[in-house]
Structures are given as C-alpha cells and as structure tokens.
Design a protein around this ligand. Structure first.
Ligand code: NAI
Ligand code: MG
Length: 358
C-alpha cells in the first residue's frame, strides 16, 4: 500500500514524539511491505515564528492532498500573549475546518500495568474499553448569534444543527458499533433541548438501518455519572459537540495517563487527522522525557481508520502494551518495579517488540 502522510509536529514536545511515531510507521512499512512517504509542515506557534501565520497556506494545501495527517500538539507560553489571529490554536481549529473533519474519535482503554494510577478503583476501570464519538462542526460552539446584549447584562449563544450534520455523526456511531460489540450509547438532553429531541428522532430512524445494533439513550448528566461509576457498561458512545467535548475529557482521565491517549478526527471519505489528546507539555519540552505513546497510538489509529490496516494497527498497540508489561515507562507514568526511560529509549523498545512479535 502506498500512502502520503503529512507530519505536523507543532510545538513543545510535538517534534520529539513525532520522531517516535515516524520511526514506528517506518518499521511497520518495512514489516508489511507498505510504502509510506512523509512530508513535514509547520503549524501553531512554530509556524508563527517562521511564517508569521499559525496555519500557512502550504500546510493547508499539503494536508488537503494527503491520505492522512499526523499532528503533535500546538501552543506554549511564548505565544500566550499574542493577538487572536496569531495564536497557535488558530492553526489547529483552522486545519480541522479546512479538512472538513466532522467526527472526533477517542478510544479510552486502560493498559493493565498502569491501571493502579487511575483515579478510579482498579476493579471498576479494568476491562473498560470505550470509543467516544463527538460531533465537531456544529452546535453551540459555532452557532450565530453569539454575543453580549443589553449593555453586557445579557448574553446569547446559539445551538444550531442541520439534520445532515446529525445524521452523519450518528451513522458513524452505528458503523463503529457494528464493527465492535454492536452496542451504541446515544447521549443527549432530550428531556430539555429541542436539538436533542431531533437527535433522538434521528437515532430512532437509523435503528431501522442497523437492526443488529442495540441502542441505549442516556441523558448527558446521567452519562457523566455512569462514566465514572460503571465505565465498563459503555462501548461506543456518540454525542453532539459540547456534550462530547466534556465527556471525552472526563473519560480521558479514567485510565490515569494523559500521555497514553490517541485521537482521530475524520472526514466522510475516511481521510483524517490523528493526534494525541495531550498538549505541547512546554514544562518538559526538549528534555527527551516525553511519553510518545499517545502519538504512536494515534499513528495506529491512522492505519486502522484511514488506511484500513487493522492488523498493522493492532500490532503497534500490542508492541506498546508489551513495552509496559516489560516494565518500561516514561517519567509521567508509574509502574511498580518498573524501569524509567526517556523518549528515544522507549521508542527503541517498541521497535524491538514490533520485530520480535511472537
Ligand atoms: P499538556 O497536556 O500539554 O500538559 C499537562 C501536563 O501533562 C504537563 O505537566 C505535561 O508535562 C504532562 N504531559 C502532557 N503530555 C505528556 C507526554 N506526552 N509525556 C509526558 N508528560 C506529558 O496541557 P497544558 O499544560 O494545559 O497545555 C500546554 C500547552 O499545550 C498550552 O499552550 C495549551 O494551549 C496546549 N494544548 C494543546 C493541545 C493540542 O495541541 N491539541 C491540547 C491541549 C493543550
Ligand atoms: Mg476539550
């Protein structure tokens, strides 16, 4: 298989962890006879420094013609007091929009050697394996008007959704449930919001198209509660933009290790952008101690979702898990009697685990 991949390392630890992901992808390509070509482009704060623009035009063009995009992270104190148009996050929001990414997907799955670090009791979190699917283009974050009124004494934000926007994300939920355990949790606030009532209607309609998938409707407040009391009752969870933003962050702490979590943002044709859930970690940037696993596992998601390479994706996940089972970890993780190593070393161990698969 031949694929063109754009690398956007961004800021802070972005470059360090991107090097790791690239090395892993090259090893997979060699092992399975694929041909991946890489092209690196600027985004975020470093793009402000070099191009005076957090999202240079050539970055947009390159991403648009690529098969997939890998992003490190953007931001840092250096650019915190910049004016709005010269902020690193502008680059991130801009590229999501330019690529038409509508579905954000975050798998939340614990690695057994790390579960003791979860804020939840191990017996509650163990065996949890959740896929959170969040709508990215509509809802309260984009609705107009969004403004102050009555001399600043009142305010309005607008929750606006088109039926088609709801349909495509709900379809994504059903399709994902179908290839997993055929159980879909749809989260809304249908007891209060008209938008949620329309959402629920669409889910009910779609159930006819996916008779093999069982659906459970859960109100968002109850979902927030159940995520921490009974996380393993969830499999695929689909929801709109604001609810998804909150629930996906809540879910991201369940496993107790921010540095381990990948994410995918997809377009309808499967092209996607893949990035770790964490930020640019300026406090540890340049020290060679960043945990590259969130980035490496994001590359695995790219193989799975954009290229359909399930075996190769699982192989990366297996190699990462084996590394932890062997006791190797970076400074942000804790494993009893483990061996703490830096970014480069832990990447080498993953590479060894890839080539010595049983
Ligand atoms: P952060 O996720 O960068 O860091 C939070 C804490 O976790 C820090 O102590 C950091 O050292 C640690 N950490 C994060 N990832 C790690 C890794 N891979 N290995 C080891 N330790 C890791 O969040 P924070 O500090 O709130 O934000 C820092 C910068 O990142 C800000 O400029 C923020 O705007 C930006 N940011 C960017 C995101 C993105 O590009 N998607 C997402 C979140 C924040
Ligand atoms: Mg968030």
């Amino acid at each position: 298989m031949e694929k063109q991949i754009i690398l956007l390392p961004g800021d802070g630890i972005g470059k360090e962890i991107m090097d790791s992901a690239k090395a892993v992808l090259l090893a997979i390509a060699a092992e399975y006879n694929h041909h991946f070509t890489f092209e690196e482009h600027a985004i975020g704060g470093s793009a402000i420094d070099t191009h005076n623009n957090p999202l240079p035009e050539d970055t947009i063009q390159a991403c648009k013609s690529a098969d997939a995009v890998l992003l490190g992270a953007v931001g840092g104190p250096k650019w915190d007091s910049n004016p709005a148009h010269l902020r690193p996050e502008k680059g991130l929001l801009g590229i999501r929009k330019a690529l038409g990414l509508f579905a954000n997907i975050r798998p939340v799955k614990g690695f057994s050697p790390l579960l003791h670090a979860s804020p939840l009791k191990e017996e509650i979190i163990k065996d949890s394996d959740i896929l959170i699917i969040r709508e990215l283009t509509g809802g309260l974050y984009f609705g107009e008007p969004s403004e102050r009124r009555e001399n600043g004494n009142a305010v309005v934000d607008t929750l606006y959704y088109k039926r088609a926007e709801m349909e495509r994300i709900i379809d994504k939920g059903f399709q994902s449930a179908r290839i997993r355990n055929k159980h879909l949790t749809s989260v809304d606030k249908a007891n209060v919001l008209e938008s949620s009532r329309m959402w629920r209607e669409i889910v009910e309609e779609k159930m006819q198209e996916y008779p093999d998938v069982t659906v459970e409707h859960v109100l968002v407040d109850a979902a927030a509660m159940k995520l921490i009391t009974q996380p393993n009752r969830f499999d695929v969870l689909v929801t709109e933009n604001l609810f998804g933003d909150i629930l996906s962050d809540e879910a991201s702490v369940l496993t107790g290790s921010l540095g381990m979590l990948p994410s995918a943002s997809l377009r309808t044709d499967g092209v996607g952008m893949y990035e770790p859930v964490h930020g640019s970690a300026p406090d540890i940037a340049g020290k060679g101690i960043a945990n590259p696993f969130g980035m490496i596992l994001s590359a695995a998601l790219m193989l799975r979702f954009s290229f359909g390479l399930e075996e190769e994706a699982s192989e990366i996940e297996r190699a990462v898990n084996e590394c932890l089972e062997q006791g190797y970890h970076t400074a942000d993780l804790q494993i009893q009697n483990g061996k703490q190593v830096g970014t480069k070393k832990i990447t080498e161990i993953v590479l060894e685990n890839l080539t010595t698969k049983s």
